[in-house]
Design a protein around this ligand. Sequence first.
Ligand SMILES: Cc1ncc(COP(=O)(O)O)c(C=O)c1O
Length: 396
Amino acid sequence: MSTLIEQGKNSFMTNYKQFDIVIDHGEGNYVYDIDGKKYLDFVAGIATNSLGYGNQALKDALHAQVDKFLHCSNLYWNEPSIHAATKMVALSGLDKVFFCNSGAESIEASMKLARKAQKANGNDEKTEYISMMDSFHGRTFAAITATGQLKYQKGLNPLFPGVSYGKFNDIESIKALVTDKTCAIMVEPVQGEGGIKPAEQSFMTELRTLCDEKEIILIFDEVQCGIGRTGQFFAYQNYGIKPDIVCLAKGLGSGVPIGAIIANEKTAKGFQPGDHAATFGSNPLVTSAASVVLDVIGDDEFLADVTDKGMYLSEKLHALEIKHDFLTGVRGLGLMQGLVFDLKIDRLGIVMQAMEKGLLLVTAGSDVIRFVPPLTIKKEEIDECMTILEDILSEL
Ligand SMILES: Cc1ncc(COP(=O)(O)O)c(C=O)c1O
């Protein structure tokens, strides 16, 4: 093991279990480690490096902003954040933006805004949340409570109060949990960490109707599935409905740390001056990056290409599934695909072998390997990924 990794192990807390490689730089849809070994990247910093590595417009925007200034706080306006927010409103069909720094913070902001909005609309009793089993919403206390997976909550009790969990894609199980106290329902249109599970159309439509009827705020967590990943700019655009609040992070900065929520006017009014804040929220460096991402990915042709490549990837995965008995399904939307394995298969072993052969992959849920490459991935690179994978699978 390299001395550098040993130094890392000596100085880092043990909450991560990193693979034994040190990434040095990236180019296109490949990354290189410090020994010069090249890896085709189907992880993209966990569905984050949406434009791959070295995008010229992104680099130019960041360099230009570094030369101007890095930070001014929310005591004042700055141009890049105004440009980014204006584009987000236009793309989303929603009305108002709040910027923060991460996915979990965007969840936290959405949960606070939902409560504040309910109070502002005279619904003082509406303080509770319903989220989904197998969901993932992040690691702050409210977000980890909303996360419907016990393994992430182990040892953290008592959790944030007032959260219950319904079955994803089962509207009756959600209806059974609704009470006069229900403030918001939270759902990932495509569950990511839970195993790449897209919501069904009827579930999404009925959720919207239920929330309208019962004055419940509908929150979509698009931290992983948003920003073009599914072939629509927002995953909810695949379903023809809108949430009251959408949570974003990951792909919004293509590698620069940023989070955001966008809400409709009625809900956004819940935040009045002083109600919520983040020192680095609206930071000009990160919003200058987001602005480029919004321009590039918000383009119809770019999105059509994501859909096309997503279908190509899905077809290739289906071909593998037909060939190997231990593969039991392919799920996903656009460039967010999951290959489902028989539980007896060692997925981590496959990920390690792939790394050895120059391909980065990551697992999801209890039985899935997920494919979340940069949205700039090329069909030839999808072929390259399939060749390496097939090499490994045929030896199992
Ligand atoms: C759907 C979803 N929500 C929230 C989060 C938390 O984001 P972050 O790690 O930026 O806090 C994640 C991270 O994987 C996610 O996938």
